[in-house]
Design a protein around this ligand. Structure first.
Ligand SMILES: Nc1nc2c(ncn2[C@@H]2O[C@H](COP(=O)(O)OP(=O)(O)O)[C@@H](O)[C@H]2O)c(=O)[nH]1
Ligand SMILES: [Mg+2]
Length: 290
């Protein structure tokens, strides 16, 4: 959908600082509208990891840290299950203490539910818009439970992987993909038993790596370990893992195109009845892309 007059008005107002219109702008992008905004240099951090590991709580720490230094922080919380106004967002608001205080924080929850293939087609535009509207720090929180969910993290220039003490299983092979993408790993809840062991398990699993990411033991509740981790986040230079991330972005964009191809259901019908081969199905879908 091309950008209409209304879209242009909303963009202008968002660029002038209206938060309400920034929200509207993100909704327009989510509904498939093209928004032509000048691409900006953006500072992005992806935060991913299993549900309950403390991603939102840690982001609350980051928000305090940056906003007290005068930075404007925007958080895009990608929630696979909830609609925009769902309970998860309310919970997150409570864990992000400054989320509603003042002009320096903007939190937006995005549902993946209505988007086959995830949010990959929109996330870059959203980042560009946020940067153009003056948000210096853009944090993308995703649940690292499904492929397409954590792939969204690859749209950020640096990635923090969060785990908890009860979840030492992050080293499992199935998670290897995301561990490779992580620049920094946080084992949160250092106040709880087993956290040190979990951090050790992760460190030893990574010991064969040529360039292993630092593993920080932190506690979002009392702030311990956070400063040292912030130093690493600030000093993290995108680069080492940029090729892997580019690959994830490509796969994610490809999935999105496939799942949103208008011919897909017809092609699946034909496959189901055995009327065409897989090879023919792929060809048909590619041809229908024009
Ligand atoms: N004991 C302890 N609990 C924590 C810590 N950080 C977060 N939690 C709790 O863990 C639960 C999940 O936190 P949340 O930030 O929502 O996790 P998310 O699902 O990864 O975003 C909440 O009940 C938090 O209060 C911590 O450092 N120590
Ligand atoms: Mg959360």
């Amino acid at each position: 959908m091309a950008m209409g007059v209304r879209g242009e008005e909303i963009l202008r107002s968002a660029l002038e600082g209206s938060r309400r219109d920034l929200s509207r702008l993100l909704s327009l992008i989510e509904s498939g509208q093209e928004i032509n905004v000048h691409t900006q240099d953006s500072w992005t951090l992806g935060v991913t990891g299993p549900p309950g590991s403390g991603k939102s709580s840690l982001i609350g720490n980051f928000v305090n840290y940056w906003s007290s230094r005068g930075d404007k922080v925007a958080v895009l919380a990608v929630d696979p299950s909830s609609p925009n106004s769902g309970g998860a967002l309310l919970g997150d608001r409570m864990r992000m203490p400054s989320a509603d205080s003042g002009d320096s924080v903007f939190v937006r929850s995005l549902a993946t539910r209505n988007h086959p293939g995830g949010l990959s087609a929109y996330i870059s535009t959203m980042i560009d818009c946020l940067a153009a509207c003056g948000w210096d720090r853009i944090v993308i929180e995703t649940v690292g439970s499904g492929q397409s969910d954590y792939r969204i993290a690859a749209f950020a220039d640096r990635i923090l992987l969060v785990d908890g003490p009860d979840r030492g299983d992050i080293v499992q092979a199935e998670k290897a993909g995301i561990i490779e993408l992580a620049d920094i790993i946080a084992v949160n809840k250092s106040d709880m038993e087993g956290s040190e062991k979990a951090a050790e398990a992760i460190r030893s699993a990574l010991s064969m790596d040529e360039n292993p990411p630092p593993v920080h033991l932190v506690c979002s509740h009392d702030g311990s370990g956070i400063d040292a981790m912030m130093d690493d986040i600030e000093n993290c230079t995108p680069g080492a893992r940029s090729r892997l991330r580019a690959r994830e972005r490509l796969i994610s964009a490809w999935d999105f195109r496939l799942l949103n191809n208008p011919e897909i259901n017809g092609v699946i019908d034909l496959l189901e009845t055995g009327s065409i081969t897989l090879e023919e199905a792929v060809k048909r879908l590619i041809q229908s892309e024009g």
